[in-house]
Ligand binder design. Sequence first.
Ligand SMILES: *Cc1c(COP(=O)(O)O)cnc(C)c1O
Length: 392
Amino acid sequence: MTDSLDTALAAELQARRTAGLYRKRALLESPQGSRVVLDGRECLAFSSNDYLGLANHPVVVEAFRHSASRYGVGSGASHLICGHGAEHHALEEELADFTGRSRALLFSTGYMANLGVIGALAERGDGVFEDRLNHASLLDGGLASKARFKRYRHADTADLDRHLRAAEVRRRLVVTDGVFSMDGDLAPLPELASVCADRNAWLMVDDAHGFGVLGESGGGVAGHFHLNQSQLPILMGTLGKGFGTFGAFVAGSDTLIDYLIQSARPYIYTTALPPAVAAASRASLKLIREESWRRDKLAVLIDRFRRGAGQLGLQLMASRTPIQPVIVGGDDEVMIVGRRLLERGIHVGTIRPPTVPRGSARLRITLSAAHEESDVDRLLIALDQAFRGIGP
Ligand SMILES: *Cc1c(COP(=O)(O)O)cnc(C)c1O
């Protein structure tokens, strides 16, 4: 049996290698930060989602340590059995206040939150409508639900409206990234909210990349566009990116949260996060709300990068967020550019299909408040050298 298993899988792996789509993991031997040690070499990193530099912040680390010495490590059970701790509960209340929603619910990961929410809200006979460029966890949630699943053209509210009008379904759930994870652009949320209101559809936004980064006090796309709970009733965020910790949450009405606790299977059938992780997230939320200088600094760095990259003739995307993709096009070329940057001590994400559409392989450059302007200048010089002989 093992023989046939390994033979079948080895053939598939070989096909991936031949197609140049085989993926490898680099070994990280340092905390996240602007400088990391990856595969034994120190580099300047523009590749993590730790946009605010909080993953290794001393105050966050201390909150984690303190909580672990008080509550131990494992939560020991799911929330509904006996794992729902004081730290989890306090974090939920603080997240509700932060998002201006009635209530918030913690999930162990963003992937699970998305599967859980979509699965709980859309059943057979319903319709799920998603932006084509949504994160894989949202697409998987739509596919795994028993509802009819439609993708509309990226950020195209007219296309969405057509699908909503044509669908003969009981309930309509519209799902979008707030900030698109591979492009860095924002969903047209005010327009989406108004289409949803017109067509009696429920709007769900996954703001994994907006929280902490956008909005005056870091409230994400909902804060940026000033959308309240009735305009944007299902708001999801993750804690592993701008928050620098781990986990995820959904915020909305009392009834929504109550319903999810009863029915979201990835909520019910999993162990609660370690309480110390929730404590660390509380510390990080406090920094996000009280210290706006990180967002101001990011804006300066983003501007500097875009101006410099424009002067080099690099192909940028319409992004004002810390996600600044540079389109390369070919799958092999993007790997060459990535390797050349690494030789110059710089690590950036290299993204190929199926994560992005064919022909749009790109560097996924991410900026962080932990970077300095001189780091951005070093990146620009290295990009200039790494793109020699490679078309955009
Ligand atoms: C990272 C990400 C997720 C998954 O969150 P995890 O907590 O890492 O599982 C979901 N949605 C989007 C848009 C993401 O970028």
